[in-house]
Design a protein around this ligand. Sequence first.
Ligand code: HEC
Ligand code: HEC
Length: 323
Amino acid sequence: MRSRGMLVTGLVVLLAVVLVLGGATRQALAGSPAQEEGNLVRGAMLYDRWYAVLGVDAPKGDHPLWATQSTNTRSGEDTWRCVTCHGWDYQGKDGANREGSSGYTGFPGVYAASERLSEEELFKVVSGGAGEAHDFSAYLDEASRRDLALFLKKGLVDDSQYIDPVSLKVIGGDAPHGKQLFDAQCARCHGEDGNLLPFRIGGSNVGLGELSTVDPWRFLAKTRFGTPGTDMVIGYDLGWQAQDGRDVLAYARSLAKSEVQAPSLGQDGQTGQPKAGPANNIFTGILTAFGAMATGLGFAVLLGGFLVGVIFLVVWVIRGRAK
Ligand code: HEC
Ligand code: HEC
C-alpha cells in the first residue's frame, strides 16, 4: 500500500513537471514575434512572390505598369512580384536598383511609404487606392493584402548603411559571431560551407556564399523571413536582431568559392529560386520537415505525448507486478 502511495505521488509530480514544461514551451512560442504580429512573415513572402504563396500561376504577360519603363528588360511573371519593382532593399530606384543597374526601373521604393503612410493607407495602395494599374485586389484576397500592409508597416529594415553600395561588402559585420549563428541554425540544411542546397543565379548553381556576395539584400530578406514554399528556420522567429542577420551575412560571404564580380548578376539574382517547392528531393524534404518540427509546436506535442506514454507504461508494468 505504501509503495503504491509513493508511486502515485511520484507520477503526479512527473505529470506536473511535464505540464509545466509543456506550458513553458508554449509560452515561449507564443512570445515569439511571429505569433504576436499575426501574418507579418506571410506578408514578407507575398512581397517576395505572392503567387507562389497562394499556390497559383502568375497572371499572363507583363504587369500593366511594366510598360511604363523600358530600362529593365525582364518580362513575364517576375514583373508581377512586388520585389521586382520595389527591391530587396525596399528602396526602389534609390537603392540597389538605382539607375545604371540591371534592376533599374525608375519605380519608387516602399521604405519611405512605410514611414509616411499608415497601415490602412498601405493596404489601400495595393487595393485600388493608388490607381487601377496598381490594384492587386483581383489577385490577392483581403487577408493577403492586409498581411502585405502589416509587413510594409512593421517588417521593413533599412540596411542601406550596412552594405557598401559599390563592393556590396557588409559594413560592421561580426563574422565570427555570424559563424556561431550559422553553424547552430543553418548549417544542418545548407551545409557548413553553404553549398548543400544550390540556388539558381544567372543560369548557374551557387551556394549561400555566392548568393550573399552577389545580392546581400536578398540574402538578408530571405534569412529574416524565409522563402515561399520552404519551411525554413528564420531569423524573425529566432528573435534575431538586424545586426545578427548582418553578422551571418558577413560570415556567409567568406564562404564564397571565389570573389564574384559584385552587381553584375543583380538582375538574375532576383529570379534564382526555382519554382518548385522545397521538397523537390527527398533529402531537402526530410530536412525541412525536421526543421519545422524542431521549431514548431509539433515538437512540444510530440515530447509531451512521449512522456505521457512512458508514464502509462510504468504504471502498467508496476500494476502487473502488484497483482
Ligand atoms: C510592375 C511594377 C510594380 C509592381 C509589381 C508593384 N508595384 Fe508598387 N508601385 C509601382 C509604381 C510604379 C508605384 C508608384 C505609383 C505612383 O507613383 O503612382 C508603386 C507604388 C507603391 C507604393 C507606394 C509608394 C509611395 O512612396 O507612395 C507601395 C507601398 C507599393 N507600391 C507596394 C507594392 C506592393 C506591396 C506590391 C506587391 C503586391 C507592389 N507594390 C507591386 C510599381 C509596382
Ligand atoms: C530545415 C532546413 C533549413 C534550415 C535550418 C535553413 N534553411 Fe535556408 N533554405 C532551406 C531550403 C529548403 C531553401 C530553399 C532552397 C531553394 O530555393 O531551392 C532555403 C533557402 C534559403 C535562402 C534563399 C536563397 C534564395 O533563393 O535567395 C537563404 C538566403 C537561406 N536559405 C538562408 C538560411 C539561413 C541564413 C539559415 C539559418 C538561419 C537557414 N537558411 C536555415 C532550408 C533550410
